[in-house]
Design a protein. Structure first.
Length: 280
């Protein structure tokens, strides 16, 4: 049974994360855990900063007030989080996904996700978090930290879910890219998808494409060896085939695997407006 960890916040991506998780689980007995993390509030930070800033009497009174504010904020945040999780769970059940768990935690988002993913096979997150409208020029900082620290495959959801019929695998022959290719080749989720493979040029490109063809078998719809800038080559191939999903390895020493955590990756993700499935 595949276990999915879907991370939700109050951004525009929450519905998309839910729908991408439903897509992954559809037709299987997969379990989806919906996770919402409540971060430290401004009142907590203010209370911590009071020491030595003002006189003892005034500090004591203000501390008591901040404790009360903190308690009320915490209650409201828990209630809002419960509404968010309940709504997502209901959406999953409407999609026929009944093995759903909701989980709400206080703490650092990245630390919590990394801890909870120990019981998951794959993590689903939105491309940007709650402040997405103020960060349209950047991949979310929390998202990048999760991608860096996660040991599980991570599906970075686009702003809205769209049917995934054509998949592009960026393949460089490395271990993480090989795991990505194996997943696409074996997962029932991709049985009816059109799978394309792109590699970016050196004298081993044709050999890599031949290896990919052997792994994918009848699932392979097409492959291509491109030259030039890796980012541009992937974007051009994705646009040429009308890819609905990009799959690639996340780490390594080759230009293709270094790409995902570089500044050019953010530009590529923005330009594609497509979900990306990353493998370690």
């Amino acid at each position: 049974m595949m276990k999915l960890l879907a991370c939700l916040d109050f951004s525009q991506y929450a519905t998309s994360v839910t729908d991408h998780a439903a897509w992954l689980a559809d037709g299987s007995d997969a379990k989806i855990t919906l996770l919402h993390v409540i971060q430290r509030t401004d009142a907590v930070e203010a209370r911590r900063d009071l020491s030595g800033a003002i006189g003892l009497g005034a500090r004591s009174g203000l501390m008591a007030e901040l404790v009360a504010i903190e308690g009320e904020q915490s209650r409201i945040e828990r209630e809002q989080g419960a509404v968010l999780l309940d709504g997502a769970a209901a959406r999953l059940r409407e999609a026929g996904i009944n093995n759903v768990e909701t989980l709400q935690r206080h703490g650092d988002i990245v630390e919590t996700v990394v801890a909870q993913e120990e019981d998951a096979d794959l993590v689903v997150i939105g491309k940007r978090g709650e402040h997405a409208d103020f960060a349209k020029g950047h991949l979310g900082g929390v998202v990048e930290r999760i991608v860096r620290q996660s040991v599980r495959p991570v599906l970075v959801a686009s702003r809205a879910f769209a049917p995934i019929e054509t998949v592009l695998v960026a393949y460089d022959g490395g271990e993480s890219a090989a795991r990505a290719l194996d997943f696409v080749a074996s997962s029932p989720r991709f049985a009816d998808a059109k799978i394309h493979v792109v590699t970016v040029g050196d004298d081993q490109a044709e050999a890599r494409l031949a290896d990919a063809a052997d792994i994918l078998g009848d699932r392979l719809a097409g492959n291509n060896a491109r030259s030039g800038n890796v980012e541009a080559a992937i974007k051009e191939e994705a646009q040429a085939i009308g890819a609905d999903l990009l799959v690639m390895g996340a780490y390594g020493h080759s230009p293709l695997r270094r790409l995902i955590l570089g500044s050019t990756t953010s530009a590529m993700l923005r330009a594609l407006h497509k979900p990306v499935l990353l493998f370690r």
